[in-house]
Ligand binder design. Structure first.
Ligand code: ADP
Ligand code: MG
Length: 309
């Protein structure tokens, strides 16, 4: 099969979005934008052995490659619209491609995003997706808006994905819920949309709570006090923290793709409704303060954040 047959067979789907004027097949794609919106764009690469274990199946790889990009849209409060896919493959494996493309299509339909182009090359397995979303003018959730006194919140539970990886590395049988979060994180797009005009700053947790919250603090030029005991954990994580006296997975474990955001006091009463409507647990874990540093109260053995270099 030639490169162009491969693209036609696996990556050419019709889009039901009227704003896609020209999709896959030409030198470039054309999209129109409705008045009142600006474009938000983000890109993420997944490399085998770095971002997912080599043993991961095509279905989970495709899911994760798109999910992490959708998560960036969520963190901006944006409406995901289109994406492009740069795929580097070691070989032409029809069953791998079939599973990959089916899974990608399924998640893209679930979130209403259209594949509008890409690039296909040969080499070590690597997947880059660039996503484009719409955002109402001046409503984007930036990292820089946190103010002293704002509450700090996270969605759902923290550390599950890292715990699952830890279990795999220690030849433990992975907890099924945590394993699902590692391979199939749920992008919090609806929550991000609901936080427009409510949250003062927002980020998605990809590199760990400490590192990602620190990005908000730096961009907003503030500090924070976080109570470790308030961080929402699943039962298996609570057990792990207690047994091993180790907070590192909770504080530095990446890959959760939950949202961490700050909310001024006057908006905090809205969070109950948002939580119900989005079917997402929302928990306050601390407060923004003047100190300029991130203070974590009540945690021992914090460990180090993940660094690529
Ligand atoms: P060009 O030579 O102009 O760069 P290509 O031959 O790389 O174009 O791609 C042909 C068409 O197929 C383009 O519209 C491109 O966006 C699309 N395409 C290539 N690879 C992929 C892919 N993996 N997924 C989706 N679209 C792709
Ligand atoms: Mg061209």
């Amino acid at each position: 099969m030639q490169e162009f047959d491969l693209i036609r067979e696996y990556f050419t789907w019709s889009s039901d979005q009227s704003s896609v004027v020209l999709g896959v097949g030409d030198d470039g794609a054309i999209c129109s934008v409705e008045p009142g919106y600006g474009l938000v764009t983000s890109i993420d690469t997944l490399i085998a052995g770095v971002h997912f274990p080599e043993s991961t199946g095509a279905t989970d790889i495709a899911y994760k490659a798109l999910a992490v990009n959708l998560s960036d849209m969520a963190a901006m409060g944006a409406l995901p619209k289109y994406f492009t896919l740069a795929l580097t493959l070691p070989e032409m494996d029809p069953s791998w491609l079939q599973n990959f493309s089916q899974s990608l299509k399924q998640l893209s339909e679930q979130f209403g995003v259209s594949l509008i182009g890409g690039d296909t090359t040969r080499g070590s397995l690597s997947i880059t997706i660039s996503i484009i979303g719409w955002i109402e003018h001046s409503e984007a959730l930036r990292r820089s808006g946190a103010k002293i006194g704002d509450g700090i919140y996270v969605s759902n539970t923290i550390g599950d994905a890292a715990f699952s990886l830890w279990q795999l590395q220690n030849n433990d049988i992975p907890d099924s819920d945590c394993f699902a979060k590692l391979n199939r994180p749920m992008p919090q797009v609806e929550l991000g949309r609901s936080l427009r005009g409510v949250a003062s700053a927002c980020i998605d947790i990809s590199d760990g709570l400490v590192q990602d919250l620190s990005h908000i603090l730096k961009a907003s030029q503030v500090g924070a006090r976080v109570e470790a005991e308030q961080i929402p954990l699943t039962k298996v994580l609570t057990d792990h923290v207690t047994k091993q006296s180790d907070w590192s997975l909770v504080l530095n474990g990446g890959d959760d793709y939950e949202l961490c955001f700050t909310v001024p006091e006057k908006n905090q009463e809205m969070l109950g409704d948002i939580s119900k409507r989005c079917d997402v647990k929302i928990t306050q874990i601390g407060v923004i303060c003047e100190s300029g540093v991130l203070e974590i109260v009540g945690a021992k053995n914090i460990g180090k954040s993940y660094q690529h270099f």
